[in-house]
Ligand binder design. Structure first.
Ligand code: ZN
Length: 70
């Protein structure tokens, strides 16, 4: 397997090249913006319940966040 050089990603906030220090953002400002979105509820939170027995096939989005705790 060939080594893949760490390719600079785009900042999810402003699409500028990501800075190593502030990954995955380009700057502290964008990191703060992302945090503010979380705190402000801009991101859709899994609070909607479809009803009893109907939410088992809906765990894909949650798994994405659980990876960070590993
Ligand atoms: Zn940015």
């Amino acid at each position: 397997m060939a080594e893949t050089p760490a390719k600079p990603t785009e900042c999810p906030i402003c699409a500028k090249p990501v800075t190593e220090k502030y990954r995955p953002f380009c700057s502290k400002r964008c990191a703060d913006v992302d945090l503010a979105r979380w705190l402000g509820g801009t991101y859709r939170l899994p609070t909607e319940e479809s009803g009893p027995g109907d939410g088992e096939g809906d765990g894909a989005e949650g798994a994405e966040f659980r990876e960070k705790q590993d």
